[in-house]
Design a protein around this ligand. Structure first.
Ligand code: SF4
Length: 162
């Protein structure tokens, strides 16, 4: 979804968004049942837990600095290709509840995007991307994360006119 904005090469050389520490569990992507089955086919020991109408992968007890990878991550990158969860397709944009409203934020950990001018980040959204994100979030509220401190808010969802 961000193919025109983020090059495949910069994502392939980074993969930070596919590796988590114990404070990032809330950040893990939400999978559909079909995606869980695809991952289990390749990695039978992958476990998932239900989250609203989707699934997140199960994380074992972690030590302070221990990292864990998404079960879909392989040596060649994400095994899911175009079937990546929506969360991952819009990364580093995030959709969160801010003061009870849906809003699009951005993760600072993605230096490639975060270091761009604010106007560029919001222009990408205004160019149709925000509409797609909000529309998907209305149909799949399980992907909307609670607001997490430190994520700059780029755009709120418009309140429908009465
Ligand atoms: S589903 Fe793919 S892109 Fe998303 S976190 Fe897992 S490996 Fe990374």
């Amino acid at each position: 979804m961000l193919k025109n904005i983020l090059s495949k090469e910069s994502c392939a050389s980074c993969r930070l968004c596919c590796v988590f520490d114990r404070y990032d569990v809330w950040e893990t992507p939400v999978f559909t049942e079909y995606i869980c089955e695809r991952i289990r086919y390749a990695k039978p020991d992958a476990e998932f837990v239900a989250k609203d109408d989707g699934f997140i992968f199960k994380v074992k007890e972690l030590d302070e600095n221990e990292l864990f990878s998404c079960p879909a991550l392989t040596e060649n990158g994400c095994m899911l290709g175009d079937d990546k969860p929506f969360d991952c397709r819009i990364w580093p944009y995030r959709i969160m509840y801010v003061g009870g409203r849906r809003a699009i934020t951005i993760a600072s950990i993605c230096e490639e995007m975060y270091n761009r001018p604010l106007s560029q980040l919001t222009n990408f959204l205004k160019d149709g991307l925000a509409d797609k994100i909000f529309e998907y979030a209305r149909r799949h509220p399980e992907i909307v994360k609670p607001y997490y401190e430190g994520y700059p808010v780029l755009m709120f969802e418009k309140i429908p006119e009465r």
